[in-house]
Design a protein around this ligand. Sequence first.
Ligand SMILES: Cc1ncc(C[n+]2csc(CCOP(=O)(O)OP(=O)(O)O)c2C)c(N)n1
Length: 333
Amino acid sequence: MKTKANQHGLETLLRFYREMQRVRQFDQKAAELFTQGRMAGNIHTCVGQEATAVGACQALEPTDFITATHRGHGHCLAKGGRAAIMMAELFGKATGYCKGKGGSMHIADLGLGILGANGIVGAGIPIAAGSALASKIKGGREVTLAFFGDGASNEGAFHEALNMASAWRLPVIFLCENNKYGVSVAIDRVTSIADIADRAKAYDIPGIVVDGNDVVAVFEAVSAAAARARAGEGPSLIEAKTYRHRGHYEGDPQIYKPADEVAAWKKRDPLILLQDAILALDPAAADKLAAVEDEIRREIEDAVRFAEESPYPGPAEVVSDVYAADNERSVAR
Ligand SMILES: Cc1ncc(C[n+]2csc(CCOP(=O)(O)OP(=O)(O)O)c2C)c(N)n1
C-alpha cells in the first residue's frame, strides 16, 4: 500500500513518531535489563512492529477497548499505558499495573480500555468478540480491537470468534500482526494461503492487507474498520504484514531467519520509514525528531528508576486479586 503520509500533516506524523519511539525504546530497554538479569519472568519484544500498535491505537478513541498478546508491551503503551507503571509491572513491583502479579504477558488497565495481554495464543480474540457483544447489548458506541499474531490465526478460537462476530455484526476489529513466524515456524510452512486476510471471505466480512510497517497505512485501515463497526456494519479482519527484529524470546538464536530476509526488513524499519516521510514533508524537522528521541529516552530512564525504587508486593498480597471473591454467590442456582 502506498504511504499517504503527507496528507496527515507534520503534527500528526510527529505524534505517531513519538508514540513509536516510546514503544521502541521501552522494549529495547526491557530487553537490555532482562539480559542483565535485572527482571524476573520472561519478555517478548515487539521491536520492528511499532507501526501496527501505534497506527491501530491512534485510530481508536480512549473509550474503545483492546486485547493484547504475549508480545503486548507496544499495544498497552500505544493505548495510553504509562511507561513507568508498565516497567514496574515487568519488575514485579507493587506499583505495576497488576501490582506486580501479572508481569510482561498479563498487563491490563480497564480504565484505559486495555482488557489484558494474554500468554495464551489466540485467547484475546474471543475476549474481544465478547467485549464487542457487551457494547452492542448496552447500545454503546465503543469498538474493541483484538491484536494477534499469524500463529494465532491458526487457532480454533480465531475461527469461532470471527464466525460469531460476523453472524452478530459485532463492533470488533481483528488485527493480525503477521510477523512471518510463530516462535521458529515460518507461516508458509503451516498455512497454505498467502494472505491471512483471505480468511475473511469465509465469514463474509472485509479482509484487508496493509503494510504493517507503514503507520499511516495501518491508521487508515483501522480508522475505516472502526467507522464501519460504529455504523453497525460489523467486524473487519485486517492483516498487517510486519516483522519482528528480535527473537521470539530474549536469547533466541534466531537460526530460522535467513540473513537477507532480516536485512531487507531492517531497511523497512517502521521508524525509518516514518522519519523519511516526515523529512520529505519538512526537511527542517530533523531537530524535532532528535528532540522527540531525547524526550522519550528521559521518560524511559525515569520509568526504570521508578520500577527499581518501587517495593515488591508484600506476602499478604499473594492471593488478593488472583481469585474471584465469593464466587459461589455469583453462580445462578
Ligand atoms: C494456546 C497456546 N499454544 C501455544 C503456546 C506457545 N506459544 C507461545 S507464543 C507462540 C507463537 C505465537 O505466534 P504468533 O501468534 O504468530 O505471535 P508472535 O509471537 O509471532 O507475535 C506459541 C506457539 C501458547 N502460549 N498458547
